[in-house]
Design a protein around this ligand. Structure first.
Ligand SMILES: NC(=O)c1ccc[n+]([C@@H]2O[C@H](COP(=O)([O-])OP(=O)(O)OC[C@H]3O[C@@H](n4cnc5c(N)ncnc54)[C@H](O)[C@@H]3O)[C@@H](O)[C@H]2O)c1
Length: 253
């Protein structure tokens, strides 16, 4: 249930806000009272802002390529200038691919590591100084069930999300005396454009990814991880730091 006073007066930044979990997170944080900077490389981020404004919330859009240091810095400064110092960061932007590893393009490996792992690093690097200036903050990274165990045909994706898990824990330790909490969530399948259009490589043995599917192939709605991110970003979660919380219908249980 949204609570318009939960984040009253606080500025949040959400990456991947043009689509799926990022859009749902931006909407939820805004419904909970945050002023939301919606970051994405896709133009549809403007639609997210329009949806938030129609619902009575406050949001602004900034174009970003999370792989690029200068682009990230410019987007964060633009949000800070318009909406005030960000003290909430949700790193949601990501890309998913499947490939036989021995046939994988090196460029595809680089893409997944750069967007999924370097992106959250660059975002944290740009936002943490604002959090330190204002006495603290909360970062939530979106990992994946595929960051909790090995998954066939997804070596690059699993490596990136496993990296996110340990980066999260490292940042939690590093900043815990400076009042910045850093957590991650690890969703299983969520119904979004990412899972709606997956290209599987020829000859892929689907039995090797069976363990990663929820029973009856139950999918989450984007609002499910969004509400978990909102909870972790809130003062109700003040004791939760360095955690990686599964939201996966028992896939990793
Ligand atoms: N959908 C799932 O089943 C699922 C499960 C576990 C984890 N995740 C993770 O959740 C996150 C969101 O996934 P989703 O399902 O909402 O996907 P999505 O494809 O709907 O949205 C991803 C967004 O990231 C943006 N993006 C991609 N590259 C970018 C870049 N370089 N710079 C800025 N923005 C960029 C895209 O434009 C898009 O708007 C991802 O990190 C994904 O790995 C998804």
């Amino acid at each position: 249930m949204a609570d318009g006073t939960r984040f009253e007066g606080r500025t949040a930044i959400v990456t991947g806000a043009a689509s799926g979990i990022g859009r749902a997170t931006a909407q939820r944080l805004a419904a909970d009272g945050a002023l939301v900077g919606c970051l994405d490389q896709a133009a549809a981020v403007e639609e997210t802002v329009a949806l938030i404004r129609e619902a009575g919330g406050t949001a602004t859009a900034a174009s970003v390529d999370v792989r690029d240091e200068g682009s990230v810095a410019a987007a964060v400064e633009s949000v800070a200038g318009e909406l005030g110092t960000p003290t909430i960061l949700a790193n949601v932007a990501g890309v998913l691919r499947f490939a036989h590893t021995h046939e994988m393009e090196v460029a595809e490996w680089d893409l997944l590591i750069d967007v999924n792992l370097k992106g959250p690093f660059l975002m944290a690097r740009a936002v943490i100084p604002h959090m330190l200036d204002s006495g603290g903050g909360v970062i939530t990274n979106v990992a994946s069930s595929a960051g909790m165990f090995g998954q066939a045909f997804m070596a690059h994706y699993c490596a990136s999300k496993g990296g996110v898990v340990l980066m999260t824990k490292s940042l939690a330790w590093e900043y815990l005396k400076r009042n910045i909490r850093v957590n991650a969530i690890s969703p299983s399948g969520v119904s979004t454009p990412m899972t709606g259009h997956v290209d599987f490589p020829d000859g892929m043995d689907f039995s090797l990814i069976a363990k990663t599917m929820a029973v009856d192939n139950k999918m989450l709605a984007p609002q499910d991880p969004a509400s978990l991110i909102a909870f972790l970003s809130s003062d109700e979660a003040s004791g939760i730091n360095g955690a990686v919380i599964p939201i996966d219908n028992a896939v990793t249980a």
